[in-house]
Design a protein around this ligand. Sequence first.
Ligand code: ASC
Length: 149
Amino acid sequence: MKKLLMFAAPVALVASVAAFANPTETVDARQAYFKSLNDVMKPMGALAKSFDTEAAKAEAAKLEVLLATDIAPLFAPGTSDADMPGKSRSKAAIWQNMEDFGAKGAAFHQAGNALVAAANNADSKAFTTAFGQMGGSCKACHDSYRVPR
Ligand code: ASC
């Protein structure tokens, strides 16, 4: 649990996630969070190919909120695929490898922060590089810890 807190942003939490009433609510909130992340990553992918400063800044502002969200409560114990088959796609391996999971979360934050900074600096080259790192950090976690469809 302690390591999972590495997901938390070092600054004040803008949009902290409350504790959830039950495992179903937890998984629903988790899936909504990652859907929001995907909703930002899609336009950012387009911007990584064809940069536009204002659009990049607008997406970066959304990403910043997501990065400032403490997602530890979204990975409450009892919400793995083994606990909730057909509902959860989070492998039980997460809770057995919390240190590595936290390290992957930290890499995700580092890449995300670089992406936000590149957008705000109107640095298209850095933006493209950071977008690649960000996608890599998503994939690394999925490869180890997400049940394939
Ligand atoms: C995305 C998204 C992911 C990652 C992953 C990168 O935009 O929704 O899950 O990038 O595809 O490999």
